[in-house]
Design a protein around this ligand. Structure first.
Ligand code: PMP
Length: 406
């Protein structure tokens, strides 16, 4: 059995010993196997996929379509055609908003989201609500980040056409009860959109079991290159939707006046596709499966427990979300009395400790929890207890550096 230490050796940037990288919720690092898979694609199989009638182009097409099948299997889609390759979660959610939302939401309808959403799962719905004269309804969490049954049952009514919720909050780390919310949304006739940017890297996802009609993910948060993401859409819905982008690759036939579109998924993949990075995403999925989500969860919980215990010993630190480290998905958001999060991140940076500081693209949540800005440390399976100790040690000295008593 490969140990976590062995997996860590695959990440050159971590092996350099230069950094304690605790900004995994923003983007993960990539193992050599993923980088090699992308490079091999360009070295051995590169041609414009889906176009050429020659062997090389067909090889590129095959690798690209294989990658689609790997993603479909990874999240439990019933067929590869239900997977659209995009650039990232943001593009996936915009695709749903433009192609499904604008067509199916009407004046007076509700779109229901939570106040915890990343801007990527908020701004597209603000746009749809404005254009369609619909209402944007916000579900609010309890202090520990929970969306209660009472909350979703009171906010999702017969008016709801779309319910869009993040599977895991990128600030609170909480996992939302998607399955229950989806079942309730369906009982009211709404469809369920899930932002899976923070869940797909950390847990086994089964879109059908969840009841997701759409599910968006970003490759770069789960060991794959930047610039490749995916959207799962239920076949029947995708089939009826109009394309989001138009142009080459996505047509059957074009006349001067009109065009007929290709079948799904190609209808939604206009222009030359990002085959190299799709191959990288497939390799990343293979890698994650090899590590195993049980191991990933166990390590993240171990590190988060250590991290939160350490933070508790610093009375000037306030941690947001649940007190239970198991409910953080490796994400710990906090503030330090008297020190701006940007200063905290900057002082830690002097010791090559990388954490996030700011509003985390969730400004309405910041307003809701009464913090203008927060710091966020986020761990992944390749991080170590030793790194948590370094982080805590350096953090405990920040106030001193900033001129406070220790
Ligand atoms: N949703 C959530 C919950 C996220 O954490 C992020 C990334 N921070 C996104 C959406 C957007 O992801 P991307 O920038 O890859 O589109």
């Amino acid at each position: 059995m490969t140990s976590l230490g062995d997996f860590r050796k695959d990440f050159d940037i971590l092996n350099s010993g230069d950094y304690v990288y605790f900004d995994n919720a923003a983007t993960s690092q990539r193992p050599r196997q993923v980088l090699d898979a992308v490079s091999d694609f360009y070295k051995t199989s590169n041609a414009n996929p889906l176009r050429g009638l020659y062997d090389l182009s067909m090889m590129a097409t095959e690798q690209y379509e294989n990658a689609r099948a790997v993603v479909a299997d990874f999240i439990g889609a019933s067929r590869p055609e239900e997977i659209i390759f995009t650039r990232n979660t943001t593009e996936s959610l915009n695709l749903v908003a433009y192609s499904y939302g604008l067509e199916n939401v009407h004046e007076g309808d509700d779109i229901v989201i939570t106040v915890m959403e990343h801007h990527s799962n908020m701004l597209p719905w603000q746009m749809v609500a404005k254009k369609c004269k619909a209402n944007l309804v916000y579900m609010e969490p309890t202090e520990d980040g929970t969306i209660t049954k009472e909350e979703y049952e009171s906010k999702i009514t017969d008016r709801a056409k779309i319910v869009a919720v993040g599977h895991v909050s990128n600030v609170m780390g909480v996992t939302n009860p998607i399955k229950e919310i989806a079942a309730f949304a369906h009982s009211k006739g709404a469809i369920m959109v899930v932002d899976g940017a923070q869940s797909a890297p950390h847990m086994h996802v089964d879109v059908r079991d969840l009841g997701a009609d759409f599910f968006a993910l970003s490759g770069h948060k789960m060991l794959a290159p930047m610039g490749i993401g995916a959207l799962y859409g239920r076949y029947e819905l995708l089939e009826k939707m109009q394309p989001f982008l138009t142009g080459g690759e996505m047509i059957e036939y074009v006349t001067r006046e009109d065009a007929t579109y290709a079948e799904i998924p190609h209808k939604f993949e206009a222009g030359t596709v990002n085959a190299g990075d799709a191959v990288g995403l497939a390799q990343a999925i293979k890698y994650l499966k090899n590590v195993g989500f049980d191991t990933i969860k166990e390590q993240e919980e171990k590190l988060t427990t250590l991290l939160m215990e350490g933070l508790k010993k610093m009375p000037y630190i306030k941690v947001f979300g649940s007190e239970d480290p198991a409910k953080h998905c490796g994400i710990v958001t906090f503030t330090m009395e008297g020190v701006h999060p940007h200063d905290m991140a900057s002082v830690l940076n002097d010791d090559h400790v990388c954490i996030r500081a700011g509003h985390h693209c969730a400004q309405p949540l910041m307003q809701f929890i009464g913090a203008g800005s927060t710091a966020r440390a986020s761990v992944y399976f390749y991080n170590t207890e030793e790194e948590v100790e370094i982080f805590l040690d350096k953090l405990s000295k920040v106030r001193e550096v900033m001129g406070y008593g220790a």
